[in-house]
Design a protein around this ligand. Sequence first.
Ligand code: OGA
Ligand code: MN
Length: 301
Amino acid sequence: MAPTITPLDATFGATITDIDLAHLDQPAWQRVEDAFHEYAVLIFPGQNLTDEAQVAFAMRFGEIELLRGDPAAKAVAISNQKPDGSVLQPEEHRYQALRGNEGWHTDSSYMPLAAKASMLAALVVPSAGGETAWADMRAAYDALDNDQKERIEGLSAHHSLYQSQAEIGHIVESGTAYGYHNKGAPLRPLVKTHPVTGRKSLFIGRHAYQIPGLDDGEAKALLDDLLNFACQPPRTYTHGWQPGDLIIWDNRCVLHAARPYDYSETRVMRHTRVAGDPASELAATARDARASGFEPSTSNI
Ligand code: OGA
Ligand code: MN
């Protein structure tokens, strides 16, 4: 059976049905990869993949980015439930990381090598809330007027998890946890050209903060304005999860954000992240390091 691809009622995104991601033949994979480039967010309801099948599907998109420094952790839980079954409390580092996910962001932009794609599958969902939202940064760029496009052309922002977590009151000593740089935050252009489609998009989100050439107040105002403008309908989609759903998105051209829920309930998602291509996702500030033997590092969520 050929997959059925149904575009969302938005500038991006599609739902794909009549497909079994655990048993993909070559023509079906080709449809999926083409749809990924066209729609940037793909929703696969009711897949109920195992860990192994999810990782195998992710590996079709590229190398897996190792999270939390554990080479065995190709799929990690994004969850407020601890191994003993209790839920995370506000003073815990992981709780604060989950709260951070509620701000619009793109994955690993604070690492030397930003992510290509990320995948989430729902295992346990709360009775209300806990959706995930995405926003189309290609359409956002297209919707800017020429003055705005000219203003941001040539500007770059530093991306820092230390900075974005500090904004929500979560202070981690620099360099003491994955994702917390101690050698300067990666610098990335505000306008990114997609390495496959050639489309331009805004590359912003909560990890972006300082802009060389602007003072910090100006940079913050510009980044806040762009983010507020960008993450508006018809450029957004919010998914209410059913257990078994799987969604993959293109971190190079969409932002995403978790929606809040009652943390006394449990929410368990399985996350797999696909590493960027150094040719297009390695920060300019990391290129020298790479030439002298830089290895893509592990990251936080
Ligand atoms: C992530 C993320 C959002 C969510 O896994 O990178 O931001 O809804 N998740 O859990
Ligand atoms: Mn994320």
